[in-house]
Design a protein around this ligand. Structure first.
Ligand SMILES: Nc1ncnc2c1ncn2[C@@H]1O[C@H](COP(=O)(O)OP(=O)(O)OP(=O)(O)O)[C@@H](O)[C@H]1O
Length: 370
């Protein structure tokens, strides 16, 4: 099976990287170097090969190298199951990033059709404890990996909801203004809900079928108030019937933007939020691996995985198991850690990059193994 991997990656004026060039093969990429060296910056560049703002959710302006702040450029040769694409990202003077695929201007959403990128970053350690918004984003990124059109449905829903919320804030009572918006929200909203359920089912199947050293998690969608209407017509009715309540609140109180993700540590039946820090990390690793396994047959290759500072938080046995599972999947997993010893169990199954920093400038150097 042809894989999904980046073979050439260049960064120019991207955060702490003045100029970096990596020439890679399809193996996992183990990146090591001291704190603050620029390792996460490197995998953030890779995270842009998927729709959205990348793993830090930063603006293009924040990504531009300071103090020059001239803009930045990233190029990569992306091998997909069917073909190879030259992908280029460019931001000039802090303006929004432009995407070019094979020398043609493309939308960010187009990336969701050619690549799959999943990540785990330290800020997700508190995913189960913090606000529902983070879990919804996690859920939607996971869903998008199965159904790239999900991103369009989410954008359409949010656009219509913003307009409806504006009417509610302005205390517009004439129902006539709401009808078209509620129809758009109902259609996109039912689609979002169905896509999410489909993703959870795929994930559940993948967890049940695979042998993994990681604890499995059972995920459920929960609604903050009442049940989420299943069909577009039920959601439309719920929106129009809820108008007076929403006028009082000044915002929309029913719909998929009120869905939360509830996780249970399957072996113990304990809610994920009550598990130990290490268990919560292991659950996330387990979900990312299950997500990767579940989408591989349809997409034709495992996704790119970005695992920032994951290795250091796992005990040696789990770390070895993670590496074995990644290698069995055949994923180009980009992993960061402070020292090469964290990747010892990978040996020649991975390729290595050392990142060091000198007076605010990062240098990424590929290590040739003896
Ligand atoms: N726009 C920017 N321009 C220049 N430098 C930046 C920019 N944004 C972040 N940096 C610098 O990049 C460094 C952080 O890099 P990064 O987060 O990649 O480190 P890391 O190697 O992953 O470190 P750790 O091991 O601590 O997580 C910081 O020194 C920060 O000041």
């Amino acid at each position: 099976m042809a894989g999904l991997y980046l073979s050439h990656l260049t960064l120019s004026h991207f955060r702490s990287h003045l100029a970096a060039r990596l020439d890679l093969d399809a193996r996992p990429v183990a990146i090591h170097g001291p704190n603050g060296a620029g390792k996460t910056n490197l995998i953030e560049a890779v995270s842009l090969f998927s729709p959205g703002r990348g793993l830090r959710r930063s603006s293009a302006e924040d990504m531009t190298r300071r103090p020059e702040a001239l803009g930045w450029k990233i190029t990569g040769l992306l091998h997909t199951p069917r073909t190879t694409h030259e992908v280029e990202f460019l931001s000039e003077n802090g303006a929004a990033r432009q995407v070019r695929i094979d020398d043609k201007a493309a939308s960010q959403l187009a990336l969701g059709r050619i690549a799959r990128v999943l990540w785990l970053v330290p800020s997700m350690d508190r995913l189960w404890i913090e606000a529902a918004e983070g879990r919804r984003r996690f859920l939607d990124r996971m869903t998008m990996s199965f159904t790239p059109d999900h991103a369009e449905a989410v954008l359409a829903y949010e656009k219509a909801m913003r307009e409806r919320n504006r009417l509610l804030k302005d205390q517009v009572r004439d129902g006539h203004w709401y009808v078209a918006l509620e129809r758009q929200m109902a259609e996109a909203g039912a689609q979002i809900h169905a896509n999410r359920i489909g993703a959870l089912m795929a994930l559940e199947r993948a967890q049940a079928q695979a042998e993994t050293a990681f604890p499995t998690a059972h995920l459920e969608l929960v609604q903050s108030e009442g049940a989420m209407p299943d069909t577009a017509s039920d959601l439309r009715d719920a929106l129009s019937e809820g108008r007076f309540r929403d006028l009082a609140a000044g915002r929309t109180l029913v719909g998929p933007h009120r869905t939360d993700l509830y996780g249970v540590f399957a072996a113990k039946g304990v809610p994920a939020r009550d598990c130990s820090t290490g268990e919560q990390k292991a659950l996330l690793v387990s979900l990312i691996l299950a997500n990767a396994r579940a989408l591989t047959p349809d997409f034709g290759a495992p996704p790119l995985l970005l695992l920032d500072e994951v290795a250091a938080h796992l005990d040696a046995a789990r770390r070895a198991a993670l590496y074995d599972e990644i290698c069995a999947l055949g994923a180009q997993a980009w992993m960061t850690g402070t020292g090469p010893e964290l990747f010892a169990e990978l040996g020649a199954r991975a390729q290595y990059v050392e990142v060091v920093e000198d007076r605010g400038t990062s240098a990424a150097r590929q290590i040739t193994q003896a």
